[in-house]
Design a protein around this ligand. Structure first.
Ligand SMILES: Cc1cc2nc3c(=O)[nH]c(=O)nc-3n(C[C@H](O)[C@H](O)[C@H](O)COP(=O)(O)OP(=O)(O)OC[C@H]3O[C@@H](n4cnc5c(N)ncnc54)[C@H](O)[C@@H]3O)c2cc1C
Length: 458
């Protein structure tokens, strides 16, 4: 039975950097991957979707070319095979880079197969048994398919199978109006499909503030995406060569017939087939591995990183998990999950960048809150680019002057949010940002301006 200092299960966004760091520190490390190196982000998540979003943006801009005084001289055609080829090339480049790094590293062995705990110190991979004093779980998650009536009767796509598509669906019906559903929805509409997004809740991305949800709805509807909200009783059935989605909405037709169905209704952790009970590792009711603030499980010598611990659902949270574990283990630096500030983006176009509290959260925090806000129609850079949908908002504690949160929905919102985020990490008062000289013309240059126009939050 091979003896290792560490076993890393899964090559998501935390496992590979951790394995390389441990191996670099002289430990003998085994890494186990049952599918594609790089996990969700590289193969079926961030990288391919953002590559496809870029193709969809090119198609969208080409259709708008005339508005900019540019003559295309013909119809805009999207070649889905070439779109997929471009996506595949980027994904392969990232995956091969990571695979090469793991295979080429001294002290590191990459095993291909499904890992299953035999005990708190032993893992089976096919016929092999690996043993180590430290085991790091980075198994991620997969799309969930809740029990909807008729789901077993119809073919459906998930974010994974969408990656194999090289044709244009005539009518893509997406069940789920949150981050993943919205990105695919706008993208396929821009490629040329008819798209309907069906959401059970009364608004899209219901975690966001109501005006953010409304503005995002306006953005995708302007592209021609149909949005059906309050779809409480979704049932599915075959209809000819299509799929009928019955929705119990308060308005609109009670049934939508699409050619393809994408389920984007949430994700579940890959912990059900890991043999966690053999190791005694505890999970919550939804299967997320229970960890403390430094990502230790209840079993000494076993850590859980990334989406499978339920502490985050992003590449940056998974990578931050790696940094926390490495800092604690190798650098005597007691970094913690609770040190991090909520931050993420939604990659519709224009994108939404988010940091810290929403307005609803700030309101219920019991603090005295000030708010600064501006529509993108009043941001020079947005007007110059001809991309004036969306708005930006920043929330401040009136007493401590700390920034509580921000939402930037507009061109470059995913980038501009970082100056707010960094100030929040610095725990500096908002006046530092208010007095900063930002570059003209940018979306970011309005952050100091709106901080000079703060009003009490009603
Ligand atoms: C469509 C989509 C778009 C996304 N876009 C973004 C984005 O733009 N930005 C962002 O920050 N996040 C995005 N995410 C989320 C992001 O992909 C994940 O949060 C990120 O990949 C972190 O995952 P992870 O490190 O937990 O593991 P994963 O990336 O899920 O990898 C886990 C790995 O473990 C392997 N594995 C599982 N079980 C076993 C086992 N028993 N034995 C061996 N190997 C095993 C799996 O095969 C997989 O390779 C997106 C997700 C989706 C689905």
């Amino acid at each position: 039975m091979p003896d290792y200092d560490a076993i890393v299960i899964g090559t998501g966004q935390a496992g590979p950097p951790l394995a390389l760091r441990l191996a670099g520190a002289g430990m003998k490390v085994a890494v186990v991957e049952r599918n594609l190196v790089g996990g969700t982000c590289v193969n079926t998540g961030c990288t391919p979707t953002k590559t496809l979003v870029a193709s969809a943006y090119a198609a969208h801009l080409a259709r708008r070319a005339d508005e900019y005084g540019v003559a295309i001289g013909g119809a805009i055609a999207v070649d889905m095979k070439r779109v997929k080829d471009r996506k595949d090339a980027v994904v392969e480049q990232f995956r091969n880079g990571l695979t090469g790094a793991l295979e080429g590293a001294a002290n590191c062995t990459l095993y291909r197969g499904h890992a299953r705990f035999l005990s708190a110190r032993e893992v089976a991979v096919g016929d092999e048994r690996l043993r180590a004093g430290r085991i790091f779980i980075n198994v991620g998650g997969r799309a969930s398919a809740p029990a909807m009536p008729g789901l077993d009767q119809v073919a459906y796509l998930t974010n994974t199978s969408m990656m194999d598509l090289d044709i244009l669906p005539r009518h893509l019906v997406i069940v789920g109006g949150s981050y993943i559903g919205l990105e695919f929805g706008q993208m396929y509409r821009r490629f040329g499909s008819e798209v309907t997004i069906v959401e059970m809740k009364p608004r899209l991305i219901s975690r966001e503030d109501e005006d953010v949800s409304a503005a995002v709805r306006e953005i995708v509807e302007r592209d021609g995406v149909a949005v059906r909200l309050n779809a409480e009783c979704i049932t599915l059935a075959k209809r000819g060569d299509g799929i009928a989605v019955t929705v119990d909405c308060t308005e609109g037709a009670p049934e939508i017939v699409g050619s393809h169905l994408l389920l984007a209704v949430g994700r579940r952790p890959n912990t059900d087939d890991l043999g966690l009970d053999r190791a005694g590792v505890a999970c919550d009711a939804r299967g997320y591995i229970t960890v403390d603030d430094q990502l230790c499980t209840n079993v000494p010598g076993i850590w859980a990183l990334g989406d499978c611990n339920g502490k985050g659902a992003f590449t940056h949270t998974s990578y931050n998990d790696y940094e926390i574990v490495a800092a604690n283990l190798l650098a005597n630096d007691p970094r913690r999950v609770s040190d991090r500030i909520t931050a993420y983006a939604l990659y519709v176009d224009p994108p939404l960048g988010r940091a810290g509290m929403t307005m609803a959260e700030a309101r219920s925090s019991g603090r005295r809150v000030l708010v600064g806000q501006r529509q993108m129609t009043r941001v020079a850079r947005a007007v110059e680019k001809g991309e004036t949908q969306g708005f930006m908002r920043i929330l401040v504690d009136a007493d401590t002057k700390e920034i509580l949160g921000a939402s930037i929905l507009g061109p470059g919102g995913d980038e501009a949010i970082h100056s707010v985020l960094d100030l929040m990490y610095a725990k500096a008062p908002y006046t530092v940002l208010q007095r900063a000289m930002h570059i003209h013309p940018t979306v970011s240059e309005l952050l100091p301006t709106i901080l000079g126009e703060l009003q009490p939050l009603a």
